[in-house]
Design a protein around this ligand. Structure first.
Ligand SMILES: *Cc1c(COP(=O)(O)O)cnc(C)c1O
Length: 407
């Protein structure tokens, strides 16, 4: 209990950190275990965010920790992309098998993997659809309300002014459609379209779950028009929605998966584009790369994270816990004057607040009561706890949410 030191940290934060995040005022965490965080005053906080789904197996999972330590003591943590090591090979094998794909490009942040997917899709278009690279004709269809990251490509694909308006010139070549609207897609496809990129459930956009069959409809339209379907499963992948990948809810195998977040188990930044050889092989030597992408440390950890996700059946647990969680939230919604709708898939869950209220106020109230979650846009409170959260922790969280939303 050293509150004095705590205040000092907050002052240092104010002094030295740029202002690109609205940070929680009184929260400074220093330890974590499973679904629990501990702040510098020893206060215990339920983590219903799991670093935006990255910590899928909870914090400090023993087996992932051991894999990290074992790799550290080999002394091999960084190595150039030209140099092979066992971790990258084993990680690539496991990941492609998990995805039912052939080949992978590793990057670090999710947004970088998005860039690689755009890169691959464009080159695929120029080599397979007879489009002119000199005229830079390739078009990629993206959805309104999407979130693909914050690099310039991902930003340019956004229709959210916060990410775009003050940062031009942006990258051309994107065409927008309405999410969850197949007619909008049919009208947008042209002879220049090389790919459609979408999230099976929009996370940052407000936990938007499309109608049953939407992904299959999108797949069919893409297939009929010789257009790639690229699934950004950075947030939905690795069990979050109750299947290993959310596309599997509709038996859709996309042309490319874009993955990140939970791939690193919440321990390391690692992201990937995974696809079949017929597409991945358009990339030639030197056309893409990354100093830290696929480094030995990240790959060893990711391999362990994938093993844990499979062996502990985290997709199945997400489905069971998510169903239970949403049942309770709907029960709370019936007694609450603030809630418009509860929606989600697996353990990717949102509460949409009525228009006259702000999600952030509820997020702050929940934190005061000891539960960490987050807002999405202005009107959705989003929850994404670790997929192996215990019944006890889940129920404790539900009680806190019930208290805040019915008071
Ligand atoms: C988080 C996220 C990204 C960006 O990943 P970063 O690791 O923050 O770069 C892209 N797409 C989706 C769907 C995400 O949830």
């Amino acid at each position: 209990m050293n509150t004095f030191a705590g205040n000092e940290f907050f002052e240092l934060a104010e002094r030295y950190l740029a202002r690109h995040y609205t940070r929680f005022k009184d929260l400074m965490i220093c330890r974590a275990e499973g679904s629990r965080l501990v702040d510098i005053n020893g206060k215990n906080i339920l983590d219903f965010l799991a670093c935006f789904s990255a910590s899928a197996a909870g914090h400090g999972h023993r087996e992932i920790t051991m894999a990290a330590v074992l790799q550290l003591i080999t002394g091999l943590t960084a190595c150039p992309g030209k140099v092979l090591h066992p971790s990258i090979v084993l990680c690539a094998e496991r990941l492609t098998q998990l995805c039912g794909m052939d080949k992978v490009v590793f990057k670090n942040g999710g947004t970088e993997a998005f860039e690689s997917a755009v890169l691959i899709a464009r080159k695929w278009g120029y080599t397979n659809k007879g489009l002119s690279p000199d005229k830079a004709e390739a078009e990629i269809i993206v959805c309104k309300g999407n979130f693909h990251g914050r690099t310039f490509g991902a930003r340019s694909a956004s229709d959210v002014p916060q990410y775009t308006r003050m940062f031009g010139p942006l990258m051309p070549g994107f065409v927008w459609i309405s999410y969850n609207d197949i007619v909008s897609l049919e009208q947008a496809i042209s002879s220049k379209t090389v790919a459609v990129i979408l999230e099976p459930v929009q996370g940052e956009g407000g936990i938007n779950v499309p109608y049953d069959g939407y992904l299959r409809d999108v797949y069919r339209v893409c297939d009929n028009n010789n257009v790639l379907l690229i699934a950004d499963e950075i947030q939905t992948g690795f069990g979050r929605t109750g299947k290993m990948f959310a596309c599997q809810w509709e038996d859709v195998q996309p042309d490319l998966y874009v993955l990140g977040k939970a791939l690193g188990g919440g321990f390391v930044p690692i992201s990937a584009v995974v696809g079949p050889s017929r597409i991945m092989n358009v990339l030639e030597s030197g056309e893409d790369g990354s100093t830290f992408g696929g480094n030995p440390y990240a790959c060893a950890v990711a391999l362990a994270a994938m093993k844990v996700i499979e062996r502990e059946n985290l997709p199945g647990r997400a489905l069971a816990s998510g169903t239970y969680f949403m049942e309770w939230l709907r029960h709370i919604a019936d007694r609450s004057k603030y809630i418009k709708e509860v929606r989600g898939k697996g353990l990717l869950v949102g509460i949409e607040i009525k228009q006259e209220y702000h999600a952030l106020e509820f997020v702050e109230s929940l934190l005061k009561e000891g539960l960490l979650c987050c807002d999405a846009r202005n009107n959705v409170v989003r929850f994404s706890p670790p997929l192996n959260i215990s019944q006890g922790d889940l129920y404790e969280g539900i009680q806190i949410i019930g208290k805040v939303f019915t008071s």
